[in-house]
Design a protein around this ligand. Structure first.
Ligand code: FES
Ligand code: FES
Length: 161
């Protein structure tokens, strides 16, 4: 075991890691930041997406020791300072972009990365960018609406269910 320290959601955090400890395990088990989910063992689902040094990364595909000293943002870091939902999270709630919520942390983190690089994406660009995030529940339409709304673009209201 080696002590690994990273700046997580703006604060220095330290926890032990074995050489094989994945970033997602380090966050969930070492720091108890359980908002980052594990939905597969093949690096396909995107439930584990976090930002490492400003880039969206699948936290199940990175070893914690390899990025000792990195700056990491998880979904817990996406809320406003007063604890209320951040803009992207609020848009997912407003546009019913989630059902079970399992994929949502990864969706939110991928959306944040997309909007940083492309603040006004088209729907096609949103769908293309989120290809690495799998949702079993929503059929994606409301996720796309949520992302469009989070980018400040006009979105047709969600039909009542
Ligand atoms: S848990 Fe990382 S991609 Fe599925
Ligand atoms: S809301 Fe259930 S997996 Fe996406």
């Amino acid at each position: 075991m080696t002590k690994v320290t990273m700046t997580v959601n703006g604060k220095p955090r330290t926890a032990e890691a074995e050489g094989r400890t994945l970033l997602v395990e380090w966050l969930r088990e070492g720091l108890r930041l359980t908002g980052t989910h594990v939905g597969c063992d093949t690096s396909q689902c995107g439930a584990c997406v976090v930002h490492v040094n400003g880039e969206a990364v699948k936290a199940c595909s990175v070893l914690a020791q390899e990025i000792d000293g990195a700056e990491v943002t998880t979904v817990e870091g996406m809320a406003n300072a007063d604890g209320s939902l951040g803009k992207i999270q609020q848009a997912f709630q407003d546009y019913h972009g989630l059902q079970c919520g399992f994929c949502t942390p990864g969706m939110v983190m991928s959306t944040a990365a997309l909007l940083k690089d492309n603040p006004k994406p088209t729907e096609a660009e949103v769908r293309h960018y989120l290809e690495g995030n799998i949702c079993r529940c929503t059929g994606y339409h409301n996720i796309v609406k949520a992302v469009m709304a989070a980018s400040g673009q006009e979105v047709a209201p969600v039909a009542a269910e």
